[in-house]
Design a protein around this ligand. Structure first.
Ligand code: C2E
Ligand code: MG
Ligand code: MG
Length: 539
């Protein structure tokens, strides 16, 4: 199982695998998003088209209704009230004057006549109750199923007169989209009569009237309520919804777009992964070319300012003299797994450079920074034991610094650190206070010393000594019998405050910046040579 996950991880860490994975993931994500976007897009367009149609329709309908009403008003305003030749003449004049009036009728309950001498249409039959009864006008809507265009349409009445417009006139005036219907909704929204187009199921499944805005969308149709002044009826335009092919058409242009973005993502990931791989390669080359150096920053006794030890810190100096901060390349080496090689390098170099001075000063120690993979694997114990044997240095003179981040699996870390401690090494918790661990939890770990992070030492300058975080950590550490080293001391007042809290050890630029091996040895021996100067002392 472990080998399987390891080989899976190795396969995934290859730039091409990562790029393909990124492409596939982003393609599926984008496509999954495209469908609702396409639907939304089509719906928006449908609504827009609907409003455009609706507005045009309303304009034409207003023109049409105006003519019908004016014609009726004219007829009501003239004095004739019988079906004589003068009346026929009058009715004909009205129908000539108003182009939308197909037929003008006089009907007083007993006599009936129209502008058409043979009275071709007159629909609906006289006496039928109007579909809409307004305060001035009455409206009849005639069946759109009537095959004769002239016999179907709309009729308006006022007094003893009626005027009609035929379906032919209506469809000339109203440019209805294919399969569209123009409905007149009456009886407070309960009934919808078709004026043009097919009758529709009423009320629509989405309910009527529309909750918000003027549009109701059902599964198959869109209904648009035309704004009218009349409270007697509502004009509704009903259009079929876009078909699936409209969505597909929308998706068609989204598809190449999504694929292009996914490919770009893949290319980006490939580029980054390769860059990372090449940085990893560079790290390897730098090791080979000897571009890595080790510096030693003294750890001092705050009371005597004597050096009690040092922290080994790695440096990367490129061939052109430029430096790369460990804060940049250490995380990279951690992620590529090359950190173990760097740790080994620091150990080897420390013992090579400081072996004699450590042998001559058995109280002096050097602390080595460990990363998570050093802590988790048993390797480091063997490497250090071999080196200590070669250089005849005591295990107590090599300490290890681990951060809280470095203890990914606390149980494993506890075992490994205990093993190192059993050999005689001290364990220091680095950057204490920046992680998640509480002091109580520390109690369960095999630890000798806490290094308080520079951030808390800096705060000492601003907070009263008794109120900052550092004094709290210090007191708790002492209560747990842990030694304390204060990191990043830059000012004398920090030393005084720390001493007043009982801190004995410190490290910082106030005492020394990281030194090369030669400088460090000189400070320890006071200039006395313990052996020949080494070529790799990195002046
Ligand atoms: P760290 O282990 O906490 O090391 C202390 C850092 O603080 C060092 O930075 C040191 O130069 C700096 N420092 C010490 N005193 C002062 C001071 O008074 N003022 C200021 N401003 N800085 C001070 P450096 O060498 O850049 O190292 C940064 C970090 O890189 C280290 O933090 C450690 O986490 C990591 N690192 C360095 N060398 C190694 C190594 O060999 N192995 C591993 N795994 N990590 C390393
Ligand atoms: Mg450290
Ligand atoms: Mg630190």
């Amino acid at each position: 199982m472990r080998t399987f996950t390891k080989s899976l991880r190795n396969a995934l860490y290859r730039p091409w695998s990562l790029a393909i994975l990124a492409t596939l993931l982003s393609a599926s994500l984008l496509l999954a998003l495209s469908v609702p976007i396409a639907m939304h897009q089509v719906q928006m367009r449908e609504r827009e088209q609907m409003s455009v149609h609706g507005e045009r329709l309303l304009e034409r309908l207003e023109q049409l209704f105006n003519q019908l009403r004016k014609g009726l008003d004219d007829l009501n305003n003239q004095p004739l009230r019988d079906c004589g030749p003068l009346m026929i003449d009058q009715l004909q004049q009205v129908s000539f004057q108003y182009r939308f009036i197909y037929e003008a009728i006089f009907y007083d309950g007993s006599q009936i006549c129209s502008n058409w001498p043979a009275r071709l249409s007159l629909t609906p039959s006289p006496g039928r109750e109007p579909d809409i009864k307004g305060p001035v006008y009455r409206y009849w809507l005639t069946s759109p199923n009537e095959p004769d265009d002239n016999l179907a349409g709309l009729m308006l009445g006022r007094g003893d007169f009626e005027v009609t417009t035929s379906r032919g006139h209506l469809s000339d005036a109203v440019d209805l989209p294919p399969d569209g219907s123009l409905l007149v909704v009456v009886d407070e929204g309960k009934r919808a009569l078709p004026v043009l187009g097919q009758a529709q199921d009423w009320p629509p499944s989405a309910g009527w009237p529309p909750d918000d805005g003027e549009v109701v969308v059902t599964d198959y149709r869109m209904l648009y309520r035309l704004p009218t002044d009349s409270s007697d009826y509502q004009l509704v335009l009903s259009l079929p919804r876009a078909e699936a092919k409209a969505y597909l058409a929308e998706l068609w242009w989204m598809l190449p777009g999504s694929l292009l973005i996914a490919l770009c993502m893949g290319a980006l990931v490939l580029h980054l992964a390769r860059q990372r791989q090449s940085l990893g390669g560079e790290l390897q080359g730098a090791l080979r070319r000897g571009e890595f150096k080790v510096r030693y920053q003294p750890i001092v006794d705050l009371n005597t300012r004597q050096f009690v030890g040092a922290e080994a810190l790695i440096r990367w100096r490129h061939a052109d003299g430029t430096m790369t901060s460990p804060e940049l390349f250490i995380p990279l080496a951690e992620s590529t797994g090359q950190i173990c090689q760097l740790t080994d390098f620091v150990l080897v170099r420390t013992l090579e450079q400081l072996g004699p001075v450590l042998r001559a000063n058995p109280q002096l120690y050097v602390s080595i920074n460990l990363s998570a993979c050093d802590v988790m694997e048993p390797r480091i114990g063997k490497v250090v034991a071999r080196l200590l044997a070669i250089h005849e240095v005591a295990a107590s003179q090599i300490a290890f610094e681990v951060t809280e981040r470095g203890m990914i699996d606390v149980e494993v870390a506890r075992l490994k650190l205990q093993a190192l401690r059993d050999k005689g090494h001290s364990i220091l918790i680095d950057d204490f206070g920046t992680g998640y661990s509480s002091l109580a939890y520390l109690q369960t770990l095999p630890v000798d010393c806490l290094k308080i992070d520079k951030a808390f030492i800096d705060a000492l300058g601003y907070d009263a000594a008794s109120s900052g975080v550092a004094p709290h950590i210090i007191r708790m550490a002492h209560a747990l019998n842990l030694k304390v080293i204060a990191e990043g001391i830059e000012h004398d007042y920090q030393v005084e405050l720390l001493r007043s809290e009982g801190v004995v050890y410190g490290q910082g630029w106030l005492f020394e910046k990281p030194l090369n091996a030669h400088q460090f040895r000189e400070r320890i021996t006071g200039g006395r040579r313990l052996g020949p100067r080494r070529a790799d002392d990195d002046v």
